[in-house]
Design a binder for this molecule. Structure first.
Ligand code: IPE
Ligand code: IPE
Ligand code: MG
Length: 235
């Protein structure tokens, strides 16, 4: 049986709009990103309180390297600050943290912070937070194929279920609800494979302003949807 419950097991969020939020306040974009981290910490716990088991957030895309180098290095530094500031709290609150994305291009310091976040929370069971960093949906499909080939999986045995085992989110079921803040109506190379049957919700709310009320509105919208998974509509 596919999930039909009113509360999604897995929510994925494209956390967009930090820059515009800061601009509206005549502040540098970095201020928006910083505020975005605080919004994320609150939303993780709000999701856990509502019984959501998996939350996957888009923090930095494979394509975000195209931004000005000061913004990119600001974001990298912010991750280190965020881990130092919030890891203890999230760990105590029962959050299991997983990082998805290509780690080969990030600094040793950042890799070490990710490893610390994962290892210090690996026994937690309240909610799994997967942070997509240097992640792209296309990258994910390619890296999964590469792993399968390296392991010598024969072509005729590589079906959808088998390939899924090599994808970056193999530790989670497919997302049920896919939210994008910031007003753009696009996927921007987030979970291309895994979001095949996710319900999509787009909101104009800028990410730093996304709080419990906005989460509840998205959940209410999700609960109204008729998930058919390719079956006929009820007559
Ligand atoms: C999303 O906010 C965060 C990242 C992509 C890192 P943006 O930085 O894209 O904010 P806008 O879309 O420019 O407002
Ligand atoms: C998507 O936002 C990536 C993240 C939120 C990390 P972008 O701001 O990079 O996406 P585009 O450029 O509007 O498609
Ligand atoms: Mg954006």
């Amino acid at each position: 049986m596919e999930p039909t419950a009113a509360i999604p097991r897995h929510v994925a969020i494209v956390m967009d709009g930090n820059g515009r939020w800061a601009k509206k306040r005549f502040m540098p974009r970095f201020f928006g990103h910083k505020q975005g981290v605080d919004a994320l910490v609150k939303i993780v716990l709000a999701c856990a309180d509502r019984g959501i088991e998996y939350l996957t957030v888009f923090a930095f895309s494979s394509e975000n390297w195209k931004r000005p180098s000061e913004e990119v290095s600001g974001l990298m530094g912010l991750v280190l600050v965020a881990v130092a500031k919030y890891l203890g709290k999230l760990a105590n609150d029962g959050v299991r943290i997983q990082i998805i994305g290509d780690r080969s291009q990030v600094s040793d310091k950042l890799r070490a912070a990710w490893e610390q976040a994962e290892s210090s929370t690996r026994h937690n069971t309240r909610i799994t937070l997967s942070v997509a960093f240097n992640y792209g949906g296309r990258w994910d499909v390619v890296q999964a194929c590469q792993k399968a080939i390296r392991e010598g999986v024969p072509a005729d045995q590589l079906d959808e279920a088998r390939l899924s085992q090599y994808m970056a989110l193999s530790h989670a079921p497919d997302p049920d609800l896919f939210i994008r803040t910031g007003g753009e109506v696009r996927i921007s190379n987030f979970l291309l494979w895994q979001a095949a049957y996710a319900e999509l919700v787009f909101t104009d709310c800028l990410w730093p302003e996304f709080g419990e009320a906005e989460l509840d509105a998205a959940l209410a919208e999700y609960a109204r949807r008729d998930r058919r998974f390719a079956r006929s509509a009820a007559s």
